[in-house]
Design a protein around this ligand. Structure first.
Ligand SMILES: [Fe+2]
Length: 163
């Protein structure tokens, strides 16, 4: 499909994010299994719940745009998740594994922050207030998750891994 304008590009980007979110819902349970920290497990579970809401939010954005909710394989997210899986398969002390899981989770978050930041900018430019509202809600959630992971790493996980 030829991309003729910013709206076409917005839809293209949304399809990428939609697929990325779906990949995340499959990866998070694996990360939950790999952690031995209750706090980290809880953070992953919480993000899984949030991700499911974000998928629904994207579906309503597609509806507003008159588009079918359809993903387009996000190769970047596939790569980030593949790296996380390969890290999970490494032999590591439990606390070191937890630190590594946070590193992977933050790569996921930063990709999402970049992606949602972009579609928010497009929606703003296109004056699509409803779409912008939905996407901004998700962008803020991603930022909050990222900050939570940083706090968890700095205040507990990295300290434990240091020993
Ligand atoms: Fe997300």
């Amino acid at each position: 499909m030829k991309l003729n304008n910013l709206k076409d590009l917005l839809i293209h980007e949304l399809k990428d994010i939609y697929n990325a979110e779906q990949q995340i819902t499959k990866a998070l349970p694996k990360m939950m299994k790999a952690t031995s920290s209750d706090k980290l497990k809880e953070a992953f579970q919480e993000h899984l719940d949030v991700t499911q809401q974000q998928i629904e939010r994207l579906e309503s954005v597609f509806e507003t745009l008159g588009e079918k909710a359809k993903g387009e394989k996000c190769l970047a997210m596939e790569g980030i998740i593949r790296e996380a899986e390969s890290m999970i398969s490494e032999k590591a002390d439990a606390s070191v594994m937890d630190a590594a899981l946070i590193a992977s989770a933050q790569r996921v978050e930063h990709y999402e922050i970049a992606a949602y930041g972009t579609v928010c900018a497009y929606a703003k430019q296109l004056d699509m207030k409803d779409v912008l509202k939905h996407l901004t809600t998700t962008l803020e959630e991603e930022k909050k998750t990222d900050a939570k992971l940083t706090k968890l790493a700095e205040q507990a996980i990295n300290i434990k891994a240091e020993k």
